[in-house]
Design a protein around this ligand. Structure first.
Ligand code: HEM
Length: 190
């Protein structure tokens, strides 16, 4: 974590930022191509799978605020934070706040289930990297239900995620979206 001048601090490294905006692009690409563009849909899904693998590794060996140990808090701490947020008196964090940290885990987990069920579904049609494996024998209807459920659940959580980002930005008078582009945040805890 490097200070760039006395007022700003580098919070999100370049890999996190590329990871995030690639994920946004790929998620929406996969979502809108689900019916007619299976080629684009499946490659967007595999790419999301690779991004998740990268993020898991970076969560252990990455820069300070990218590490799970920096932002994964207990459910009790998340609850306290959410109460403070609703009351408009939540503490400002330089990295992810406790609710944001929980959201990262929910999004990554839900995305992982979406990618896995989609890849297994493809395998039942004799396509993709899992074709010819044990997963090809799973029920196509069941996998379709699971895949759709997790894709829609992820979309729902993305709306909640963006709402949380906007609310937190308002409460602390900072632009978190801009920070996810530049990597910089204000260097104080007020
Ligand atoms: C246009 C829509 C989106 C905006 C404006 C947005 C904005 C942001 C911002 C500002 C953060 C940092 C939050 C903080 O400061 O604590 C963040 C983090 C994150 N967002 Fe989004 N986001 C969007 C869409 C998505 C989508 C579609 C996904 C996944 C499907 C996603 C997944 C994540 C994840 C996993 C992180 C944690 C980053 C990390 O630590 O690796 N976001 N987002």
């Amino acid at each position: 974590m490097n200070s760039t001048n006395s007022n700003t601090i580098k919070v999100w490294d370049i890999l996190i930022r590329v990871f995030h905006w690639s994920l946004v692009f790929l998620f929406f690409s996969a979502y809108i191509t689900e019916d007619d563009w299976m080629g684009v849909h499946s490659y967007a899904g595999y790419s999301i799978g690779l991004l998740i693998l990268f993020r898991l590794v970076w969560g252990f060996i990455g820069t300070r605020h990218a590490r799970f140990s920096d932002f994964v808090k207990s459910p009790a701490q998340v609850k306290v934070y959410l109460k403070q947020m609703v009351g408009g008196n939540s503490k400002r964090y330089i990295g992810h706040n406790p609710a944001g940290g929980a959201m990262v885990i929910v999004l990554l987990t839900s995305l992982a289930f979406t990618v896995f069920s989609g890849t297994a579904l493809y395998a039942t049609e004799g396509l993709g990297p899992l074709s010819g494996t044990f997963f090809s024998t799973w029920s196509e209807d069941f996998l379709e239900e699971i895949h759709e459920f997790f894709a829609n659940f992820t979309l729902f959580m993305v709306f909640a995620h963006v709402a949380g980002v906007l609310l937190s930005s308002l409460l602390h008078k900072e632009n978190l979206i801009h920070s996810m582009i530049t990597g910089l945040k204000r260097d104080d805890l007020s």
